[in-house]
Design a protein around this ligand. Structure first.
Ligand code: GLA
Length: 382
């Protein structure tokens, strides 16, 4: 990436508002190595922050005006008006949540720029809400902790915008560290760094998903329903991730058949994620790769959140010598993360691209990243 999102946001700010921003903050997208659809079921996740980021440049003003590098026009927004079902809702949601902490400015001009692909399962929305929470709270003279920023961003998405997400994306955008993945145990809030100095490849399916009101919300409802059934025989069960693989025969006996594979995914994925963190910590990339492939298979068969484009990429990755690959993020579109030996990785991803083009008639976007830093303040022009 030659130009950073922070510089893009600064220059967009200047061209949009004919003055310089006084604050700029950026936050990363993320790749989830493994632990998919476990975060809203009390299980572990193993994401890392990536090098592509979203930046928010801002300055105090008389009213709220928002510019984005994705749109031609500047949007005037009313924080108290009903949401508009556009990207500006995320900023409005952040401002409302900051107000609850008395950490919002009275009004601001804001410019947003990103180097992340949108709707690619790489958490562009959490990058936006975490960066906005940091920039706007600084503008109000407050220094929130990474945990507070993650909570503001989560509440903005969940309670304001209405996406029934878990806490993984905002947490990694706030707490990400260069050179490490983070094992986040969502039931306890514990965060554990797991060094990862290598390179990961991202192969985009080119199909974007929209989370609001979509399949993620439906799966979450199914999980809640399944938990209610499980509580008939496991009184007080706090979440699905507390079940073990040994409980699955009982789950099969007691739950309506369509809910059984959803629970099986959550339970097996929970075990895989902890095993993956151990494999990574031990430097066993082959073992990690096998777990990624098993995780993808579980998403395909049990959670039914993959798409044929992603299935082909995973299959091609394994065939051409990658350690492993899996669809990352919510699914129903998005991107595949590929873990390949550093010797030969470019050949492997070129061959994946070739197989994909042969089947779908177009070349996918393919790029690599390393584990990168979480939210941070960025320089503004003097
Ligand atoms: C989306 C949500 C996350 C998580 C993943 C699936 O990215 O925002 O909280 O639930 O889907 O693992």
């Amino acid at each position: 990436m030659t130009v950073s999102s922070a510089r893009l946001a600064n220059s967009l700010f200047t061209s949009s508002f004919a003055t310089r921003p006084s604050i700029n903050a950026s936050a990363p997208g993320r790749v989830n190595l493994i632990g998919e659809h476990t975060d809203y079921n009390g299980g572990p996740v193993l994401p890392l922050a990536i090098e592509r980021r979203t930046a928010v440049a801002a300055r105090l003003a008389e009213q709220w005006s928002l510019a984005s590098d994705m749109e031609e026009t500047i949007s005037e927004v009313d924080i108290d008006a009903p949401l508009q079902r556009t990207w500006t809702d995320y900023i409005v949601g952040v401002v409302r949540e900051l107000r609850a902490l008395r950490a919002a400015p009275s009004a601001a001009e804001i410019a947003v720029a990103t180097t992340l692909p949108l709707g690619a399962g790489l958490s562009s929305s959490a990058a936006l809400t975490v960066a906005a929470a940091k920039a706007l709270s600084l503008l109000a003279g407050r220094r929130l902790t990474p945990a507070q920023l993650a909570e503001v961003a989560f509440r903005a998405e969940y309670h304001q915008v209405g996406v029934r997400c878990g806490r993984m994306d905002q947490t990694i955008a706030a707490h990400g560290e260069r050179g490490s993945a983070i094992l986040f145990e969502t039931a306890t809030g514990s965060l554990q760094r797991v060094p990862f100095r290598g390179r990961l490849w991202i192969v985009e399916t080119g199909l974007s998903h929209r989370l609001t009101g979509g399949s993620l919300n439906e799966r979450r409802r199914e999980c809640e329903e399944a938990l209610a059934f499980c509580r008939d025989w496991r009184l007080g069960l706090p979440n699905l991730a507390q079940l073990s693989v040994a409980d699955l025969p009982e789950v099969e006996r007691r739950l309506p058949p369509p809910l059984v594979p959803r629970v099986r995914h959550v339970v097996t994925e929970t075990a895989r994620t902890r095993a993956a963190a151990e494999a990574l910590a031990a430097g066993d990339l082959q073992g990690l790769g096998r777990l990624l492939v098993q995780g993808h298979e579980s998403l395909r068969v049990d959670y039914q959140s993959t798409i044929p484009e992603a299935d082909l990429i995973v299959e091609a990755a394994v065939k051409h010598g990658a350690y492993g690959a899996r669809l990352t993020g919510a699914g129903w579109g998005g991107a595949v993360v590929v873990l390949a030996p550093s010797a030969g990785d470019r050949r492997i991803v070129a061959e994946i691209g070739g197989d994909f083009a042969g089947r779908f008639g177009r070349t996918p976007e393919i790029w690599s990243t390393r584990a990168s830093a979480g939210v941070r303040r960025e320089p503004v022009p003097a």
